[in-house]
Design a protein. Structure first.
Length: 312
């Protein structure tokens, strides 16, 4: 296959991974694997290219200078993005600059390869590969537009004509685990309480936001708020635990979504779940809003990747 063939294959793989990252962002393992693979592949490919040029005496007279400069700039920005990602700082501007420089560099290098391959034994393979990549450059923005359109359609909602006329019609209906709250889980199953107890871990990277949350009404929305605590305790003393879930769907996620609200809160008032309030995942795990009726009509998703997340 030789060095040129390996370089071409590596370049194609690098462009394909970039296209996938641009087209379908998600929290899947495959997407995150590509997030790691893309910069590593770029570093390896760039290093191999520099090493090959060095051993060949760096024939810069045979390289398109503009393409070389743009590609090096794109690679440098890519390293900057990787470094900033590792240190948790904002990287939006560098990321977009990396995309622009790398795209321009790839186009310039592609044009150069098209010219120099003329009359060579590999001419057909090179030109077919470059043609497919050119189609990819057109297809990627089209695919991303379609992805965004599907995402918007999936996250639209239409309010009902009016609220339920009977309490039995609230939420998913009487007899369901979270009734009468309108809040639901994506799988229909309960969610482990530790999922809502990880705000401190978020603060390792987002320190300023965490400190603001730590003093906020969201943090003190549950039984660490004495006004709310007494209200729910009195309510449960009078009418039992089930009606109080109407409040818990908004106020007490760490106690509510794991089924512990069937037990009187007086018996578990000092637990971490009862003192957690609304943490980061209370909002960031919402994947759908059913309506804006005002009573917690949303769907929370428990992502499988959470099981791989280091615990506090």
């Amino acid at each position: 296959m030789g060095v040129p063939g390996i370089a071409l294959a590596g370049g194609i793989l690098l462009v394909l991974s970039a296209g996938y990252l641009a087209v379908a962002p998600s929290t899947s393992l495959w997407y995150l694997a590509n997030v790691v693979l893309h910069p590593l592949l770029g570093v390896v490919l760039g290093g191999a290219g520099v090493s090959w040029l060095w051993r060949r005496g760096c024939p810069t007279d045979r390289l398109p200078r503009g393409a070389a400069v743009v590609s090096v700039a794109g690679a440098a920005l890519g390293l900057g993005v990787l470094g900033m990602a590792l240190f948790g700082d904002r990287l939006d501007a560098l990321l977009y600059a990396h995309v622009v420089f790398s795209t321009v560099g790839a186009v310039a290098l592609g044009g150069w390869l098209w010219r120099v391959s003329a009359g060579q034994p590999v001419s057909l393979k090179v030109r077919v590969s470059l043609t497919l990549l050119a189609v990819g450059f057109v297809a990627v923005p089209m695919a991303r537009t379609a992805f965004d359109s599907r995402w918007r359609q999936a996250h639209t909602f239409e309010n009902p004509a009016g609220p339920p006329l009977r309490m039995a019609d609230e939420g998913a209906g009487a007899g369901t685990p979270l009734f009468p709250s309108s809040a639901q889980t994506a799988s229909g199953e309960l969610i482990p309480s530790d999922f809502f107890l990880t705000s401190e871990m978020c603060g390792r990277c987002h320190r300023d936001i965490y400190e603001q949350w730590d003093e906020s009404a969201h943090h003190f929305s549950s039984f660490n708020n004495q006004w709310y605590r007494r209200s729910v305790e009195y309510m449960q003393d009078v009418v039992g635990t089930e009606p109080s879930k109407f409040c818990a769907g908004c106020h007490d996620h760490a106690v509510f979504f794991n089924g512990r609200f069937d037990r009187p809160i007086r018996e578990q008032i000092e637990t971490p779940e009862a003192q957690a309030g609304l943490g980061c995942t209370s909002c960031h795990s919402i994947v759908h809003v059913g309506s804006t009726m005002g009573q917690g009509d949303f769907v929370v998703e428990y992502p499988p990747l959470h099981d791989l997340h280091p615990k506090p």
